[in-house]
Design a protein around this ligand. Structure first.
Ligand code: PLP
Length: 358
């Protein structure tokens, strides 16, 4: 019976491996350093008592506040159910299944391939160079038929920024052929690196943002797509009629108030200080082989025996993200920056393992 139902499904869906979110992978921890979340909840109160009514498709206050925050006009902003929905809307609006392709450069964020597979769009990969920079000649060779190029900067899970000179070249290379989507999920940790100021120059540039990371609102599911009006207008054709629940718009509006933004900046400063502390501590441990530079709220670390480290910490309730199977990341674990206390617990646990190994 269930066999028959399986056969009814689309072939690409039958073949699909769903995104292995940190939440799905589970674990029984009390120190969660595996999903790049902010470590503490930020309190909000709901002010809208109108749940009998459908919400606005694009809540005005949220759009206006995000536009002001990003230095753009409201017509350049689309709000959606997380940046993940933005990733998918772009494919649905711009890629013909079975004909067009997307392209990205691994190791990078996992949802580009998952969304492409779900919709039935071919994806091409051009592995990043040393230092996880763009391999421009290889990208140029692969661009035929590509409608959307996804580039994550700073990149998840490696933590580095993509060189801006290379991004300019990629924008020249894709002009008139494909969109270049810059995923800026972590831009609050290095705000000077944003490409938002480039939108006026490049009609095919698109930027993805989220409230899930620096704004401490992963549970809210609220993200933004920044682009020029012609792109936003096309996305508006394919977005659901009511993508954001009324309470989501309510909280997002508060998070984007002056006080909300000031609190976010204070949190970013705290996490950046904790990251600097980890950068001092980690290289001193003999289980650690390599600590990669990071502009984000996580650090990628290569260990001499990463499965052992992962398991030993897991058993102590410290949950990291295994990157071992990601191309080029053998032996690597990704560590989200937690509270100072959580960082100290992490280092203490790694020190104990290092003594064992000595
Ligand atoms: C977390 C993350 C997202 C998804 O953000 P949501 O708004 O929570 O959907 C998108 N891109 C990257 C690179 C991320 O790390």
């Amino acid at each position: 019976m269930s066999q028959k139902i399986e056969e009814l499904a689309r072939a690409n869906v039958r073949a699909l491996t769903p995104y292995q979110s940190a939440r799905r992978l589970g674990g029984n921890g009390d120190v969660w350093l595996n999903a790049n979340e902010f470590p503490l909840p930020v309190p909000f109160e709901l002010s809208q008592q109108t749940l009998n009514r459908y919400p606005e498709c694009q809540p005005k206050r949220v759009i206006e506040r995000y536009a002001a925050y990003a230095g753009l006009t409201p017509e350049q902003v689309l709000v959606s159910r997380g940046a993940d929905e933005g990733i998918e809307l772009l494919m649905r609006a711009f890629c013909e299944p079975g004909k067009d392709a997307i392209l990205f450069c691994p190791p990078t964020y996992g949802m580009y391939s998952v969304s492409a597979e779900t919709i039935g769009i071919e994806y091409r990969t051009v592995p990043a160079l040393d230092g996880w920079q763009l391999n421009l000649p290889a990208i140029a060779d692969q661009l035929d038929g590509v409608k959307v190029v996804y580039m994550c900067s700073p990149n998840n899970p490696t933590g580095n920024l993509i060189n801006q000179d290379d991004i300019r070249k990629l924008l020249e290379m894709t002009a008139g052929k494909a969109l270049l989507v810059a995923d800026e999920a972590y831009i609050e940790f290095c705000p000077e690196a944003t490409l938002a100021g480039w939108l006026q120059e490049y009609p095919h540039l698109v930027i993805l943002r989220t409230l899930s990371k620096a704004f401490a609102l992963a549970g809210l599911r609220c993200g933004f797509t920044l682009a020029n009006k012609p792109v936003i207008d096309l996305l508006m054709k394919v977005i659901a009629p009511y993508p954001l629940a009324t309470p989501v718009a309510d909280v997002a509006g508060q998070a984007l108030s002056d006080e909300g933004i000031a609190l976010m900046r204070q949190h970013v400063a705290e996490l950046n200080a904790n990251r600097a502390w980890l950068f001092e501590q980690l290289p001193q441990l003999n289980v650690v082989q390599q600590v990669f530079p990071s502009e984000t709220n996580y650090i990628l670390v290569r260990f001499s025996d990463s499965p052992k480290v992962f398991k030993a910490l897991w058993d102590q309730g410290i949950i990291l993200r295994d990157q071992n199977k990601n191309p080029g990341l053998a032996g690597c674990l990704r560590i989200s920056i937690g509270t100072r206390n959580e960082c100290e617990r992490l280092i203490a646990a790694l020190q104990a393992l290092s003594l064992e190994q000595a």
